[in-house]
Design a protein around this ligand. Sequence first.
Ligand code: NAG
Ligand code: NAG
Ligand code: NAG
Ligand code: NAG
Ligand code: NAG
Ligand code: NAG
Ligand code: NAG
Ligand code: NAG
Ligand code: NAG
Ligand code: NAG
Length: 765
Amino acid sequence: MECFTPFRLLYLLLVLSIAMSASMAEDLGTYIIHMDKSTMPMTFSSHHDWYLSMLSSMSSSDGVHPTHLYTYNHVLDGFSAVLSREHLDQLEKMPGFLAIHADTFGRFHTTRSPTFLGLDKNAAGSWPEGKFGEDVIIGIIDTGIWPESESFKDKGMGPVPDRWRGACESGVEFNSSYCNRKLIGARSFSKGLKQQGLIISTSDDYDSPRDFFGHGTHTASTAAGSPVRDANYFGYAKGTAIGIAPKARLAAYKVLFTNDSDISAASDTLAGMDQAIADGVDLMSLSLGFEETTFEQNPIAVGAFAAMEKGIFVSCSAGNSGPEGYTMLNGAPWITTIGAGTIDRDYAADVTFGGGILTIRGRSVYPENVLVSNVSLYFGHGNRSKELCEDFALDPKDVAGKIVFCYFNQSGGVSQVREVDRAGAKGAIISSDSEFFNFPSFFFIPLVVVTPKDGDLVKDYIIKSENPVVDVKFLITVLGSKPAPQVAFFSSRGPNNRAPMILKPDVLAPGVNILAAWAPKVALTRVGDNRLLTDYTLLSGTSMSSPHAVGVAALLKSAHPDWSSAAIRSALMTTAYLLDNTIGSIIDMDTGVAATPLDFGAGHINPNMAMDPGLIYDIEVQDYINFLCGLNYTSKQIKIISRRSKFTCDQANLDLNYPSFIVLLNNNTNTTSYTFKRVLTNVVDSPSVYRASVKQPSGMKVNVQPSMVFFAGKYSKAEFNMTVEINLGYARPQSEYIGNFGYLTWWEVNGTHVVKSPIVSAFAL
Ligand SMILES: *[C@@H]1O[C@H](CO)[C@@H](O)[C@H](O)[C@H]1NC(C)=O
Ligand SMILES: *[C@@H]1O[C@H](CO)[C@@H](O)[C@H](O)[C@H]1NC(C)=O
Ligand SMILES: *[C@@H]1O[C@H](CO)[C@@H](O)[C@H](O)[C@H]1NC(C)=O
Ligand SMILES: *[C@@H]1O[C@H](CO)[C@@H](O)[C@H](O)[C@H]1NC(C)=O
Ligand SMILES: *[C@@H]1O[C@H](CO)[C@@H](O)[C@H](O)[C@H]1NC(C)=O
Ligand SMILES: *[C@@H]1O[C@H](CO)[C@@H](O)[C@H](O)[C@H]1NC(C)=O
Ligand SMILES: *[C@@H]1O[C@H](CO)[C@@H](O)[C@H](O)[C@H]1NC(C)=O
Ligand SMILES: *[C@@H]1O[C@H](CO)[C@@H](O)[C@H](O)[C@H]1NC(C)=O
Ligand SMILES: *[C@@H]1O[C@H](CO)[C@@H](O)[C@H](O)[C@H]1NC(C)=O
Ligand SMILES: CC(=O)N[C@H]1CO[C@H](CO)[C@@H](O)[C@@H]1O
């Protein structure tokens, strides 16, 4: 799950090949089998029957029969099954057999965000133009759904579109009558996980579409939740919670289950995506990731290719493995990959010292309105271990009933809060600039985090004061905080290992402390011994940014039903913004300095501008196949991804018509010259003319030919070439070129459209 909570950090996105309980016989395993459907004997009326007949023909010396799990109709030609080694040998000899992959496992990595994105129902913009996403169907592939949430009420919504073929499955604590005109479908896929020994009991999860963990409810309501007044997290972030596309329909596909951890099997994820395609979704969002492999072994990449071919837009989280480079997941070029940014909302507490001598505003999401008035302060100065609130450093005799002040210890984090709690203090003030302290789960005692600069003032006050005392006022929500957005420190960064010639992530969307609906049975926070339950909660992660992007894409799709997925992505990218709310460059929360396209792609999504991009960079299915040829994928790999039995690679081409440019450096040459060929399509109703302008990345020479392009009318096209030259040797070490960036901008002549693309350099690993 790509929802970032500090406790999960260590485990995040590890692939669970070892930790699964071994309930299967020694040599049985779950496999995904790819077949060449064109070789199916005429005697079978469906490929499903063919696969069943193959399985029933298999023998085994120990009498064990293969078990069929799923037949896939859209995402791939083939099926999944539980097989022994003997079965495998027989299968590989059968006609039409293409390839087999062992099942793998993946993890999952708003009241204010619509306003922050500039969405306003009274003004002109994406909401009215995109009809609030009306009659667009979004599939959320996640942990399921809490159908009773206020965010899924269908007040004022018209009948479910006729073309919908989905279903609302009954199951444990879930009845098909729970769906309505907002939540139009709910299904659950767990055969693959069950084969791995997962036992779904109601104390761990529900064997039904009902969401146990809350993650799927959060992502679904972020994308398309109905408006809910007075939603809040224990008093913080009070306001109307509303999805980005509030009139879009939602269908939940549960493929992630909570047991010991939150996991998903490739076989189940493929089944969920397959069904979503069959049901007729228009868009899909996946906030989960599998280990990066070549694309044909990655279930999300395989499923998304089939979706893209059918015109279904697929948005995925980029992963939470930042701030280091090369940490991107879900980077296949037919997926729209979303990084996480902050929004302009903070949660605070006011701390007053000595009855008014000093007042400081710190960060807090402590969920109770406790009275902290004239309470003694404790600081273990002179003893480093006490200053840092290290494990067992505090003596209950010293701190009972007091507020403890400590300095943040980089590797200590939440253990410092636990130590204060253990010693029986009333609360803590921690001096830290670490963004780790943004997470609600840390605030299980009255806690305020102050900046190191303010921390020095606090220390000064305590040392000089005979009887240091403090008052704290919690539950303050600060709107319009600056600078915002920033690139979240955890957001995975480019380049993309598997296809570094395509810049990823594509764009940034809100992903820090996002308020959205929650499953009210699961406590994310405890206070003392009380587990606190809530209908709305704050979560951070690229898990939260993908549903924002899919919501915006739903608005675009509603306004432009004929646009391809690449066209929608192009509109999101070329209109993205690069300046924060202080009119400075978007900064990286980790370093505090300007971020680069390797961190934020084309910039932060800007829904109102994306509605009307002027020009788009479109990509067709064949272009992606040519791209795979360019990557030197074997014909077998390409067959698996594209489900085509016949194709040629005579048009191999790595230079996709992508709306961003990445220049890959290597140590073997002193001069590098790249030529990018692109085609622009006019998407406004009238003829237009555009002029190119380039902000050159430092050390690079960029030339655009031609520098003016003319369009005769809607959908007319124009080609251009862009050459980037770098002379590495004499200037500086090559490492200095990493992340150098600039922009190619097409300005409409006598018009208002601006079509911008980043140009960035990086080392290919
Ligand atoms: C589902 O809901 C319907 C209508 O409320 C009810 O008649 C039916 O008994 C329920 N089914 C289950 C399995 O609870
Ligand atoms: C604060 O508490 C102290 C005793 O700890 C007391 O003497 C003092 O009057 C209190 N101050 C206020 C403003 O209540
Ligand atoms: C600091 O405090 C800890 C915990 O009380 C104690 O074990 C340690 O000896 C102290 N260190 C010094 C230098 O006094
Ligand atoms: C920080 O905390 C860790 C873990 O609690 C501890 O091992 C380390 O010694 C602490 N560092 C400092 C500088 O005190
Ligand atoms: C593909 O193979 C060709 C020929 O061996 C080689 O020149 C090219 O660099 C390879 N491309 C990639 C992306 O590895
Ligand atoms: C390129 O060379 C530099 C030293 O000149 C080295 O630090 C770096 O790792 C090399 N990069 C690659 C990708 O080989
Ligand atoms: C782009 O360059 C290619 C040669 O690399 C050339 O054939 C083509 O005409 C150029 N296109 C434009 C629009 O200049
Ligand atoms: C690059 O240029 C430098 C300085 O002119 C030279 O020392 C080095 O050998 C060159 N490297 C290559 C790979 O040509
Ligand atoms: C833009 O407007 C100017 C002034 O009206 C006119 O001279 C020029 O021809 C126009 N250019 C285009 C491309 O329409
Ligand atoms: C992976 C797995 O299935 N773990 C546990 C799930 O829950 C059951 C009982 O609640 C345990 O027996 C499993 O070990």
